[in-house]
Design a protein around this ligand. Structure first.
Ligand SMILES: [Zn+2]
Length: 399
């Protein structure tokens, strides 16, 4: 239903949003029963393994040796203090441009100036050749890597009948080469995805001579730095796809998306932290905790008349059920990527040299060392976030 939520017709958007909300409400009890059961079983799993709760069990299971639940809490607080003001500013801007008195939940995805979607390319061949040009601008070695992927036919990008959905980068481990699978349909998102997946592919190419198989891939927190950095660095050359004003529109959407991601990430991390440390919780307690988080991180959106939908809006986030306390990785990585991008303002050459060195380390070093090699701090506190958000804000003003 997403494309109808992007439609300029507000009544259509509201109808779409309500249909989805109503359908989800039918399953409220099922989802609540399910989470009660999962929490109970997982608490037992944790106890069996000698842990006090399932969150601590998962931290160990996911190999999180370089940060603790307390670090995550600091991250949530920093997002509340440093990023929420920027979120509110963006929401205010949107409200003003849409000439609305209040932003409702169905006003968040439409282009605030009601413009038609950007059309970066018509044929997948153009997507590939223009992306190649972006890498030609950035770095000789990365450009050669992407060219090699073309030569070896390691890009399967076009959407066609019968093709499986989704998009990802994976690696042919025997040949030690990456490939990218996508379903491109000619929208700006496709350009962002390809830059992102190419970042992962460059990571795989950088470690292909590593003999120890587990060292050929890095922890996810750093893998995503590689991918998200490529989006930010690559977006500087979007003029390969668009005239300047349209390129700026795409950049603005991307940067606002980054800012808007952090608060939802905070909710999807903080909520399971609570859920999976409180065996025996009641539904009322759980709802109260969730609503508190929505108050802290929801921004200025008017949910009047839909309180029930808001109180259960976490049901749509499968991580709470399937991958508890797995989500903060993407926030940590985005902080790394923003640092790489900010550093690139003092010249691309040195930043990319460090970047490639860090990628080549694969999984042979712990996270703080991988981040340091890429020229970033592995910290998610106010002191790290404040200047980065300031930087993004000043870049947004230029657009
Ligand atoms: Zn990724």
């Amino acid at each position: 239903m997403d494309r109808y939520l992007e439609d300029p017709d507000r009544a259509l958007r509201q109808e779409t949003w309500e249909l989805v909300a109503k359908r989800r409400l039918q399953d409220v009890d099922k989802c609540e029963d399910l989470i009660d059961e999962i929490v109970r079983l997982r608490a037992q799993t944790a106890r069996n393994a000698g842990f006090e709760n399932y969150r601590d069990f998962m931290f160990r299971k996911m190999g999180r040796f370089d940060y603790t639940p307390a670090d995550c809490t600091l991250f949530h607080n920093a997002i509340e203090w440093e990023i929420m003001p920027a979120v509110r500013e963006i929401q205010n801007d949107r409200k003003r441009q849409l000439k609305l008195e209040k932003l409702r939940p169905w006003d968040l995805a439409v282009d605030p100036q009601n413009r038609a979607p950007l059309k970066p390319f018509a044929q997948v061949g153009e997507l590939v050749s223009r992306t190649q040009k972006i890498f030609d601008h950035l770095d000789v070695e990365l450009a050669a890597g992407f060219q090699q992927m073309q030569d070896l036919k390691l890009l399967d990008l076009d959407n066609r009948k019968g093709k499986a959905p989704g998009g990802y980068q994976s690696t042919l481990n025997e040949a030690r080469v990456p490939f990218i699978f996508m379903n491109a349909i000619g929208v700006q998102r496709d350009v962002g995805y390809l830059l992102h997946e190419a970042g992962h592919a460059f990571h795989a190419l950088a470690t292909r001579d590593e003999d120890l198989y587990p060292y050929r891939s890095a922890p996810i927190e750093f893998c995503e730095v590689a991918a998200m950095s490529m989006e930010l660095l690559g977006n500087e050359f979007l003029e390969e796809f668009y005239p300047s004003d349209e390129a700026n529109r795409a950049r603005k959407t991307h940067l606002e998306g980054i800012i808007g991601f952090f608060p939802w990430m905070a909710v999807v991390d903080a909520f399971p932290h609570w859920v999976y440390t409180r065996a025996g919780q009641t539904r009322t307690e759980r709802e109260a905790v969730y609503l508190q988080l929505m108050d802290r991180f929801g921004g200025d959106v008017d949910w009047a008349g839909y309180e029930d939908v808001r109180a259960h809006s976490w049901h749509r986030q499968r991580h709470v059920f399937l991958y508890p306390v797995y989500y903060v990785e993407y926030g940590i990585a985005q902080l790394g990527a923003l640092q790489v991008w900010a550093n690139s303002r003092n010249g691309h050459a040195r930043v990319l040299k460090n970047f490639k060195t860090a990628l080549a380390l694969g999984g042979s070093r712990p996270l703080p060392k991988l981040f340091a090699a890429a020229g970033c701090k592995f910290q998610f506190d106010t002191a790290t976030i404040k200047p980065l958000i300031h930087f993004v804000g000043s870049e947004l003003k230029k657009l």
